[in-house]
Design a protein around this ligand. Structure first.
Ligand code: ADP
Length: 160
């Protein structure tokens, strides 16, 4: 049986913190599927679903075993459709914990055969989030060390 992990998120936009999680998952799984959420609970996104998917495809094009798709609806249903055994999430500061704990518990209830696996954030990306990157970009900050160059360019085009 292939070991498939699904790594869900909004990825608005993808940061080096997200990519660090993907890189660390590659040796563990046969396939790592990055699932970009179309439904963001009414939260507006800076980039459209097509743009977010394309940016992820661009920055992971040299990664083995990695695929990128957009998805809508229930994550656990999508994981089931993909035959994924694992939902992968990155855990940053303590503030992520409560929300992640709740989601993992609900998903476990909905489908006990799919495990949620948390990876601790690499300490260099502990305080990095897509929203802070957008704020910095809007203020004209250099985004080196936060996002890949291509993403920094897209952020500048959109915000400056
Ligand atoms: P969501 O809106 O579902 O939280 P995000 O795109 O913000 O989507 O994040 C997707 C996943 O990546 C989440 O598990 C999140 O905790 C994780 N993540 C976000 N930023 C980082 C980071 N700097 N380092 C590691 N993981 C991160």
């Amino acid at each position: 049986m292939e070991k498939i992990a699904v790594y869900p998120g909004t990825f608005d936009p993808v940061t080096l913190g997200h990519l660090d999680i993907v890189e660390r998952a590659i040796p563990i799984f046969d396939r790592v599927i990055i699932a970009v959420a179309m439904d963001t609970g009414g939260k507006p996104t800076l980039f459209s679903i097509e743009e977010r998917v394309q940016m992820l495809k661009d920055v992971t094009k040299n990664y083995p075993k990695t695929e990128v798709y957009g998805f809508s609806g229930l994550l656990i249903t999508y994981a089931q459709e993909l035959n994924a055994c694992t939902i992968l999430r990155g855990l940053r500061a303590i503030s992520d914990f409560e929300h992640e704990f709740q989601m993992a518990s609900i998903n476990k209830r909905l489908n006990p055969s799919v495990e949620t696996l948390f990876m601790m954030t690499n300490e260099s990306y502990f305080f990095l989030s897509s929203s802070s990157v957008k704020e910095l970009a809007a203020l004209g900050c250099n985004l080196k060390g936060f996002v890949p160059e291509l993403i920094a360019k897209k952020l500048k085009e959109r915000l400056l």
